[in-house]
Design a protein around this ligand. Structure first.
Ligand SMILES: [Zn+2]
Length: 430
């Protein structure tokens, strides 16, 4: 039982969770594609099983190539759907990157002699996720309670095992790896973006590009609230340019459906790339002008012709991600160098203001002016002085609920709902 729990935490800790706000909000992402009865035929040799994320099979006369293997909970269904189309031997499994919604089915698909291909940064990325599995387990349980239900007793590793992860890949490459199977050429390319071990697969004969999570239908989640290593904007731009230069006729992302026709692909991928580059360049410009991170989070907006939606990633988090990835945490204020946080003086400030009840009143005033973010800060300050203050708990709850009601971003909603559950738990304990 202990091991089952641990494995589930590991599964959760590595999920990238892109896409489709409506699927995620309140729904169980493991159910994505559950009603699919037949694999999608992208071409007569390329098949897709839908899920969170998708699995693909490319068939050749000499055996098959599997690209991405979805969540462990989707993998058996995917294997059944894809093998109903062709049950030839599995010669290669290619993993676009080491998030759990891409690696979950490796063991299920692997046969004797199957090669598993990943980019060489895969090793560090898998170890990184394993090293921090306790933290990611907690963050994912907060953000995705539906998925994490039943694992309340989370396994927290005792010590630190820096290089303890199991590496499933058998072929690792640096820039490019080419192979031929059944007369079909496969070109596997390092295309960092979503992760630094990210790869794309190019099949020249079909002009098909498998782009993993470097392209999906929202502004990318370039800073991930559950926590992630930097996702570099310029890496995305270069990787997307590399794909466009191939002039693909089929673009196959690991979340969502394939895009057909080079004209369509060029239009949508260029727009996606230009949106990322715009946010990057505006952030760099503002940093050089000496603007602080909050000013830039507030100021930078996509022009309407580059508006690719914020259902999953947001511009504000991306701006802050770029800012802090470039220069780290210090904001240039000498007060921030020390281990005493501003919140250490909140209780005395609250006393000066007449107590937690007065500060909760201020929070309520912000709330009635629809200043929900300020209301949250004021409630937090009151609660720092008096963690059980009923008025402050109530206004915090109302502000979180109002923000959740107006949010169209699945990650934002996830954390607001976490805050609501947390506040309710304190209120119920009073
Ligand atoms: Zn993914």
């Amino acid at each position: 039982m202990k091991n089952i729990k641990l494995n589930f935490v590991l599964l959760l800790s590595c999920i990238s969770f892109p896409i489709f706000a409506q699927q995620l909000t309140g729904a169980d992402p493991t159910q994505a594609g559950a009603n699919q009865t037949e694999a999608v035929e992208i071409t007569d040799v390329i098949f897709q099983a839908n899920g969170f994320g998708n699995s693909f099979m490319v068939t050749t006369p000499a055996g098959n190539v599997i690209i991405d293997t979805s969540l462990v909970t989707n993998a058996a269904r995917h294997k059944e759907l894809l093998q109903a189309k062709n049950d030839g031997p599995v010669k290669y499994i290619i993993i676009t990157h080491a998030h759990g919604d891409h690696t979950g089915g490796i063991n299920l698909w692997r046969e004797e002699g199957t090669e598993v291909i990943a980019q060489e940064e895969h090793v560090e990325f898998v170890n990184y996720q394993y090293r921090l599995r306790g933290l990611f387990g907690q963050r994912n349980a907060a953000q995705f309670p539906g998925l994490a239900a039943g694992i309340r007793a989370r396994e927290i590793p005792d010590g630190v095992d820096n290089y303890g992860a199991t590496i499933q890949a058998t072929i690792l490459f640096d820039q490019e790896y080419r192979f031929e199977l059944g007369g079909i050429e496969f070109v596997v390319m390092h295309t960092p973006g979503e992760t630094y071990d990210h790869l794309s697969v190019w099949i020249p004969e079909y002009k098909a590009a498998f782009v993993g999570d470097n392209y999906y239908s929202s502004f990318p989640n370039m800073y991930t609230l559950r926590g992630t290593k930097p996702r570099w904007a310029l890496d995305y731009v270069n990787s997307l340019n590399r794909i466009l230069a191939l002039e693909p006729e089929i673009l196959i992302p690991s979340h969502g459906q394939a895009v057909h026709g080079f004209n369509n692909i060029e239009t949508s991928v260029s727009r996606y790339r230009d949106a990322i580059l715009y946010v990057h360049d505006e952030t760099v410009k503002g940093m050089n002008q000496g603007k602080d991170v909050y000013t830039l989070m507030d100021e930078i907006k996509l022009p309407s012709d580059l508006d690719i939606g914020e259902g999953y990633g947001t511009i504000a988090w991306t701006v802050r991600g770029i800012y802090e990835n470039y220069i780290g945490w210090f904001d240039g204020n000498p007060s921030s160098m020390f281990s005493t946080p501003p919140s250490d003086v909140y209780p005395d400030l609250v006393a000066l203001a007449g107590g937690a009840e007065s500060v909760a009143e201020l929070a309520q005033r912000y709330f009635s002016q629809s200043e929900f973010e300020r209301a949250l800060h004021a409630a937090d300050i009151a609660l720092k002085a008096d963690p059980q203050n009923e008025s402050a708990l109530n206004v915090r709850l109302e502000a979180l609920q109002s923000l959740a009601d107006q949010s169209e971003n699945s990650n934002e909603k996830g954390w607001l709902q976490f805050g609501i559950r947390q506040t309710e738990a304190v209120a119920n304990d009073r």
